[in-house]
Design a protein around this ligand. Structure first.
Ligand code: 3EB
Length: 346
């Protein structure tokens, strides 16, 4: 165990104004949902998923913060192309980029391909200069993810560009790839990508109930998605389990078409399988569903009550859950859930 602890919190945005300067010293980055939170210290990277929050999640934002060895001594930087802003200590680096596709010339589809490649190229360039070469978690948001453009769904175009960026950077496209999510934001939004990287070795975990996404058959796109189901940083204190966006998929097929509640249950069964897999690898029950924080992406706001019911029935009342409206990367998926967790002390 290192001397650094990572804290991941969904906090009322209004509370940011009340935080002490020593608290801010440990903040790696802040993520707003519909838009970046305003009035942060200028050295703190601030971004947004560009996806509207639902219900009581509307006043929240996401904060990544470290305490311990890395806590008081963070540094800030920007990539050479200035697209990526980042903040880091010895063990962790948080970075974010917001890219407007309109700035990339070409046809409708090549603009998305080029923007995605440019974003990842710049992310990998940052990591190549830093001790944080392990990409552990990436959040990807692109406008109109399900729209067909030039005969190919935009999510599939994104997958092609992401996979080629990994390959061009000399990185593996299977196995050691980061945990991730990829969601759709409203038309006209910029592409938003943020990430965590680490100097500590990462353990990637696949779900025994699901085909690894990087081995999906070609019917889901010419180039498979480049992500692992879960990333565990065994040596990091605090939040150290990162469960990717998880949906109602068994094997590689979507389950429970049209039933948001049943899709929620299936997603939670998948998350539970990943938690059990983490515990099995550790040889100890360090993680549990009730110890996780959740971010739930809801395609249709009218499904929120049934999703909320299906989710909260099996979780403690105090569980931290954020609900966002976003398009999921398969047209038949109504909900996707990501989770983060800390190992329980025992
Ligand atoms: C799935 O399991 C659902 O393309 O980065 C989940 C997590 C999903 C990450 C990604 C996509 C991604 O295929 C979708």
């Amino acid at each position: 165990m290192t001397g650094t602890s990572l804290h991941h919190d969904y906090l009322p945005t209004a509370d940011l104004a009340t935080k002490s300067s020593s608290w801010w010293d440990g903040v790696l980055g802040v993520v707003g949902f519909e838009k970046p939170p305003s009035t942060l210290p200028p050295w703190v990277p601030s971004t947004a998923s560009m996806t509207p929050a639902l219900g009581s999640s509307q006043h929240l934002c996401e904060v990544w913060r470290v305490t311990g060895t890395d806590g008081p001594d963070l540094r800030t930087g920007a990539s050479k192309g200035a697209r990526v802003r980042y903040r880091y200590g010895d063990e962790l680096l948080f970075g974010s980029t917001i890219i407007d596709e309109a700035g990339f010339a070409g046809t409708v589809s090549t603009a998305l391909l080029r923007a995605t490649e440019a974003a990842y190229l710049e992310i990998f360039a940052v990591l190549a200069d830093m001790p944080h070469r392990h990409l552990i978690r990436v959040w990807n948001y692109l406008p109109e993810i399900n729209r067909e453009a030039d005969g190919n769904e935009r999510y599939r175009q994104f997958n092609s560009a992401r996979q080629s960026a990994f390959r061009n950077a000399g990185r593996s496209t299977v196995g050691t790839v980061p945990a991730a999510c990829a969601l759709g934001s409203p038309a006209g939004s910029p592409i938003s990508i943020y990430f965590l990287a680490s100097s500590l070795p990462a353990t990637m975990i696949e779900n025994p109930r699901q085909t690894s996404a990087y081995f999906y058959p070609p019917k889901f796109g010419e180039h498979s998605p480049t992500f692992s189901r879960t990333c565990m940083l065994r040596e990091l204190g605090g939040t150290n389990l990162f469960v990717s966006g998880t949906a109602s998929i068994v094997g590689h097929e979507t389950m429970h078409h049209g039933d948001a509640g049943a899709q929620t249950h299936e997603s939670m069964t998948n998350i539970n399988a990943l938690v059990e897999e983490a515990n099995r690898l550790l040889g100890a029950n360090h993680y549990s569903l009730s110890g996780l924080k959740f971010k739930v992406y809801v395609r249709k706001p009218t499904d929120l009550p049934s999703i909320e019911r299906a989710l909260t029935s099996s979780l403690p009342m105090t569980t931290s859950i954020v609900y966002l409206q976003a398009d999921i990367c398969r047209e038949d998926l109504l909900v996707e859930i990501e989770a983060t967790g800390a190992a329980q002390r025992n």
